[in-house]
Design a protein around this ligand. Structure first.
Ligand code: CA
Ligand code: CA
Length: 255
């Protein structure tokens, strides 16, 4: 059931993070940032590719250049004051095409937990694993934990943990969706905990995955804790081989 919920949320992202590929009328490889609501250009947005140590800013027309040699899937992140953090997993094809990225104004209740990229696992992974060529940093271990304050009126809203982008997940489902090329093994899914209780499993790589924070676990007006634990290789019994994954842009959005 949980798997289904995550999948449905995953399929529903384009509503919030519009990615429009260039149409027939080719305008070079112009890439722009626009406001999803007004469709107007957003100037001064910070666009980065952490893996490539590349950072640039959009100009007055919202236009930016990607002067980086993107080969495999790579996370592109957009940050701008007053907007929700946005990230998108791009590849060589997307990087060489016109792109219009829609970013969404943040809501006063939004909480940015982190805009950094984190690597979970043990730095031991196969070349065939999902996005292994794109791992940026050394592993911080098998889990990530962070505390953050929630608003006093949080219980009157629906609150969601949003994972901007996640790559490297090698579950059976990721394998069957051809997100990796591993033949002989697969991993248990990464698990998400909220105030010590498991609330979701992440079966697939992707952008903008939203996980509902259950009200019965939520501490309004107090500190709350989110933990993401990576899975482990289910075909390796001689020792624990954690699934090496990376994620970035964690936030809580309330509606
Ligand atoms: Ca590993
Ligand atoms: Ca992996």
């Amino acid at each position: 059931m949980r798997i289904l919920v995550i999948l449905l949320l995953f399929l529903a992202i384009p509503v919030h993070a519009t990615v429009m590929e260039g149409g027939v009328s080719k305008v070079g490889d112009v890439k722009r940032i626009v406001d999803t609501e007004t469709n107007m250009p957003v100037a001064g947005a910070k666009v980065s590719l952490p893996k490539h140590n590349y950072t640039t800013y959009s100009d007055n027309n919202g236009v930016f250049n990607l002067r980086a040699n993107v080969k495999d899937n790579s996370v592109l992140s957009v940050e701008k004051d007053g907007y929700r953090p946005f990230s998108l997993t791009i590849n060589e094809k997307l990087a060489s095409q016109p792109l219009v990225l829609g970013i969404e104004k943040s809501n006063v209740q939004d909480i940015v937990i982190s805009t950094e990229m984190f690597h979970l696992g043990d730095d031991n992974f196969s070349e065939a694993s999902a996005n292994s060529g794109e791992f940026k940093g050394k592993s911080i271990g098998p889990f990530y934990s962070k505390t953050f304050m929630m608003a006093a009126n949080a219980l009157s809203k629906s609150n969601y943990l949003v994972i901007g982008s996640i790559i490297g997940v090698d579950t059976l489902m990721a394998r069957s969706m051809r997100q990796n090329s591993i033949v002989n093994s697969f991993a248990s899914p990464p698990e998400v905990y909220f105030n010590g209780k498991k609330i979701a499993e992440i079966q697939l790589n992707g952008d903008g995955q939203r996980i509902k924070l259950p009200n019965n676990l939520l501490r309004a007006g107090q500190m709350n804790e989110i933990t993401i634990k990576t899975g482990h290789n289910l075909k390796q019994t001689a020792y624990i081989d954690y699934d090496d994954i990376e994620f970035m842009n964690l936030s809580v959005q309330s509606e």
